[in-house]
Design a protein. Structure first.
Length: 543
C-alpha cells in the first residue's frame, strides 16, 4: 500500500533521498555479504524482565529465522498490507518478528510498552489489525494475558502470536512452532514494484486524549536514519547499544534503521538503571550508545571508551539540552514526537544551537546532499505560541485524526507541511529545541479529565492533576487530593485503585499531595501553578 502522492514520491527519488531498497532487503544484503558477522544480541539480564534466555544470532542465522517466520505469516493467511500489532520489549525475538513481517509485505504497528489493554484494543480496532505479536511479560506486567483478552474482544483479529517463555494459552507460541516446522517453511518473496515506497509502519502520536496514527513507508525510515548516520559518522559494522523500545521514531529511526543501514551488531537493552546501561556498553565495547538527553552527561563519565559516540535523544517533554564538554562525540537528536527528527553534532563550545528554520540534510551544514527535512512554524496568533510545521522525505504522509466520527488527514493545506501541533519557542537563530517542555506529551490541556479520574477514589471530595518539571524527564504528573471530612486517603490504596480501574499509565501520578482545599484562580478554576509551587514548599505532604 502506497500513501505518498506520486508527485512527492517522484520528487524524493529524483533528489536521491529515496531508493528502491526496503528495510528487510538491507538486512538480507548484509547477510549475503557477511553471513558470519554478529547481527543481534540480547541483553544478558533478559530473563529478569521478559521470558526466555538471552540469544545471539549471526546475520546468516537471523536471516534464516526471518525467512521462516515470513513464510509462517503467509502460510497462516496473512497477506500483503495486512496490519500486525507488536507489543514486546527489546529482544532478538522482537526484531526477528518485525523484520519477518516487513519481508512478508505486512504493515507493522509497534505499540508503546506502557499501553494498557484498553489502549491496545482501541488502536488495533482503529487500524483493522489482522495479527498481534505480544511478549509473555514486560517486568511484572502480563502482556501476553492482556493480548489474549484483546483477541477475545476484537473479532477482526485473526492471529495472536506470543514471544517468550511463559506464553499463555490462546496465543500461538512462535519459538516452538518455528522449531517444530523447521526447514519445511520456504519463503518466496513478492515481486511488487517500488517495494520501499509501500507503507512499513503505523506508529502512534499522543494528541490530548487521542492516539493519532502516523504512517511511514520504508523510505521515510531510511531518510530518518540517513540524517543520523551521516551526522554521527556511523561506520559500517559498528556495535550499537539500543535502550529504546522499538515502538516509535526514537527506537526505530534512531536505533533499528541506522543498524540496518550500516550492517553492524545491535545489542538490545532494557533500561533499568544508568549504571546498567553503562556496564552493558562497556562490556560490548560499543561504538554507538543511545541515551536520553538529560542523562548524557552522566553516562559520558561512566563510559570507558572515549571513541564511543553518544546519541542523546531529546523529546518534546524533556528539558532544554544542557551544556557540558563531553569526552566523546555527542550527537543531539531533537525529536518532534513521531513526526520528525533533527540530528546535530555538538561543537567544541558544547553549546546546543537553535534548530534553524528551512531545509536540513545530513550532515548539518552540508548543502550537497538531498534535503531530508524542511521546518517552518505557524504564525503567532493572539499571543498563542507558534506550532511546528514539517515536510520532506522523512515526514510521514498521513497523520489521521477522528473528527465528528470521520477519519481526516492532518496536513496544512496548500503548502505540503504537516502541522504537528507542537508548540515551539522562537529565538534569533531558529527554534529553541523542538518543543516547550511538558506542554504536549502529558496533554496539559486535558488535565480536567484526569481530575475526574482521581476524584473517583472513595473518600475524596475533589482532586486535581498537575505537572511538575523534572530535571531528567522534563515533566511528571502529580495528584492533589482533598479528602472528605473524617477520611485520610492512603497513597498506596489510591495507586492500587487507579491500577484496578485500568487507568492509562501516563495518567498515574508520580506523587500524591494531600490538601484541605484546592487553590483557585479568580475565575474559580483550579490554580495548577500554585499546586506546583506547593510541591517545593510542603515536601512532607507529598506521598
Amino acid at each position: 500500500m502506497k500513501a505518498t502522492p506520486e508527485s512527492l514520491s517522484t520528487e524524493y527519488h529524483e533528489s536521491g533521498a529515496w531508493s528502491d531498497v526496503p528495510l528487510d532487503e538491507m538486512f538480507r544484503k548484509t547477510a549475503a555479504e557477511h553471513p558470519d558477522r554478529l547481527a543481534l544480541v540480547d541483553a544478558p539480564d533478559r530473563a529478569t524482565w521478559t521470558g526466555g534466555a538471552p540469544r545471539a544470532l549471526s546475520y546468516a542465522e537471523a536471516d534464516r529465522e526471518i525467512d521462516r517466520l515470513a513464510a509462517f505469516y503467509t502460510t497462516v493467511g496473512l497477506s500483503s498490507d495486512h496490519v500486525v500489532g507488536v507489543q514486546a520489549p527489546n529482544t532478538v525475538d522482537t526484531v526477528i518478528a518485525i523484520l519477518a513481517a516487513l519481508r512478508a509485505d505486512l504493515i507493522i504497528s509497534p505499540l508503546p510498552l506502557h499501553w494498557r489493554q484498553k489502549n491496545v484494543l482501541e488502536a488495533l480496532n482503529s487500524i483493522g489489525a489482522k495479527g498481534f505479536v505480544a511478549a509473555d511479560r514486560v517486568e511484572t506486567r502480563e502482556v501476553g494475558v492482556a493480548a489474549r483478552d484483546v483477541a477475545a474482544d476484537l473479532f477482526s483479529l485473526r492471529f495472536v502470536f506470543g514471544l517468550g517463555k511463559d506464553v499463555p494459552d490462546g496465543l500461538i507460541e512462535l519459538g516452538p512452532m518455528l522449531a517444530e516446522m523447521g526447514d519445511d517453511l520456504k519463503f518466496t518473496p513478492s515481486e511488487r514494484p517500488d517495494p520501499a515506497d509501500h507503507t512499513a509502519t503505523i506508529c502512534w502520536s499522543r494528541s490530548g486524549e487521542e492516539n493519532v496514527q502516523v504512517t511511514r513507508c520504508h523510505n521515510h525510515w531510511v531518510s530518518v536514519a540517513h540524517m543520523i548516520v551521516q551526522e554521527a559518522h556511523v561506520r559500517d559494522a559498528s556495535v550499537m547499544v539500543l535502550p529504546y523500545s522499538l515502538s516509535g521514531l526514537t527506537g526505530l529511526g534512531g536505533g533499528l534503521v541506522p543498524w540496518l543501514l550500516t550492517g553492524g551488531t545491535l545489542h538490545l537493552h532494557h533500561p533499568t538503571s544508568l549504571a546498567n546501561l553503562a556496564a552493558h556498553a562497556n562490556e560490548v565495547q560499543a561504538d554507538i550508545v543511545m541515551t536520553p538527553g538529560p542523562l548524557a552527561q552522566t553516562l559520558d563519565r561512566k563510559l570507558e571508551n572515549t571513541k564511543t559516540t553518544l546519541l542523546a535523544a531529546w523529546n518534546i517533554a524533556a528539558p532544554h539540552p544542557t551544556t557540558f564538554v563531553a569526552r566523546r562525540r555527542l550527537i543531539d537528536l531533537h525529536i518532534a514526537d513521531e513526526f520528525a527528527l533533527v540530528a546535530k553534532a555538538r561543537g567544541p563550545s558544547a553549546k546546543m544551537k537553535a534548530t534553524a528554520l528551512g531545509k536540513h540534510s545530513g550532515p548539518i551544514g552540508c548543502e550537497s546532499g538531498p534535503a531530508l527535512l524542511e521546518i517552518a512554524v505557524t504564525d503567532e496568533v493572539d499571543t498563542q505560541a507558534p506550532t511546528l510545521l514539517v515536510k520532506g522525505p522523512m515526514v510521514p504522509d498521513v497523520g489521521w485524526r477522528t473528527i465528528n466520527g470521520d477519519q481526516r488527514r492532518v496536513r496544512w493545506e496548500g503548502t505540503g507541511f504537516l502541522n504537528t501541533n507542537i508548540k515551539v519557542e522562537l529565538t534569533d537563530g531558529g527554534i529553541a529545541g523542538f518543543g516547550i517542555p511538558g506542554h504536549y506529551a502529558l496533554g496539559t490541556g486535558n488535565l480536567e479529565t484526569v481530575d475526574v479520574v482521581y476524584a473517583g477514589y472513595p473518600g475524596v471530595k475533589e482532586a486535581a492533576a498537575f505537572i511538575v518539571e523534572d530535571p531528567l524527564l522534563g515533566a511528571r504528573m502529580y495528584a492533589a487530593l482533598v479528602p472528605e471530612a473524617g477520611n485520610v486517603p492512603d497513597a498506596g490504596a489510591f495507586f492500587a485503585y487507579l491500577d484496578a480501574e485500568g487507568v492509562d499509565l501516563a495518567k498515574i501520578p508520580h506523587r500524591v499531595l494531600i490538601l484541605q482545599s484546592l487553590p483557585r484562580n479568580e475565575d474559580g478554576t483550579i490554580s495548577r501553578e500554585r499546586l506546583t509551587m506547593r510541591t517545593q514548599r510542603l515536601p512532607a505532604a507529598v506521598a
